[in-house]
Design a protein around this ligand. Structure first.
Ligand code: AP5
Ligand code: MG
Length: 188
């Protein structure tokens, strides 16, 4: 069966880290809107120019930009390719748009998993990355805003999928490998 997974979780929960490992193991496509936007900024493309001011503040990029981006990406992906959506959908409107798109192309989501990590742990991880890598939205102030935005705008996405009874919670504390094994157990 083809895996089409939505990975939910707060900023710093480990979505990107785990999506990368799972995609390698299970031969899936990793679709991270955050990575795509950071690349667009690095290239100075029109998409990057539109996204940068929002990302620098830890605010969400407007829905229509993201919905168009995903429509194009998924449209190009061969039907037999499974995928992991990492960092998308992030608002109720994005979730509704994704439902419509996937229905249109007849590729339903097979799993929705939330990586669950307490806020103090995610802030600590983001702080460590700020020191190690200097990602531009990892300062304490912007990271706190990303968490506020997550609570206000992205938690409703979990409710959206819970209504159809489809969200599996996975404990995101512990080592990267421990979390990975828990995720694999859900997917296998
Ligand atoms: P995005 O890039 O999606 O960032 P995020 O969700 O805010 O959070 P992170 O990527 O920091 O966290 P993650 O869960 O991927 O954790 P990671 O594996 O990196 O979005 C950035 C911005 O882009 C948004 O603010 C917004 O502006 C815009 N954007 C993106 N998508 C959008 C959308 N759909 N709509 C609108 N705007 C959008 O891990 C974090 C750190 O912890 C790493 O250093 C990692 O090495 C470490 N770590 C991971 N696991 C563990 C572990 N088990 N133990 C210890 N350390 C760990
Ligand atoms: Mg990420």
């Amino acid at each position: 069966m083809t895996t089409r997974l939505i990975l939910l979780g707060a900023p710093g929960a480990g979505k990107g880290t785990q999506a990368e490992k799972l995609c390698k193991e299970l031969h899936l496509n990793h679709i991270s809107t955050g990575n795509i936007l950071r690349e667009a900024i690095a290239q100075g493309s029109e998409l990057g120019l539109k996204a940068k001011s929002f990302m620098d503040l830890g605010e969400l990029v407007p829905d229509q930009i993201i919905v168009d981006l995903i429509r194009e990406l998924l449209g190009r992906l061969p039907a037999e390719n499974g995928f992991i959506l990492d960092g998308y959908p992030r608002t109720e409107a994005q979730a509704v748009a994704l439902d419509e798109l996937l229905q249109e192309i007849d590729r339903p989501i097979t799993h929705v998993i939330e990586i669950q990590v307490p806020e103090e742990v995610v802030l600590d991880r983001i702080q460590k990355r700020a020191e190690a890598e200097g990602r531009s939205d990892d300062s304490q102030e912007v990271a706190k805003n990303r968490l506020n935005v997550y609570r206000a705008q992205t938690l409703p996405v979990k409710e959206h999928y819970s209504r159809s009874g489809r969200v599996t919670g996975v404990n995101g504390e512990g080592s990267v490998d421990e979390v990975y094994q828990r995720l694999l157990a859900v997917l296998r």
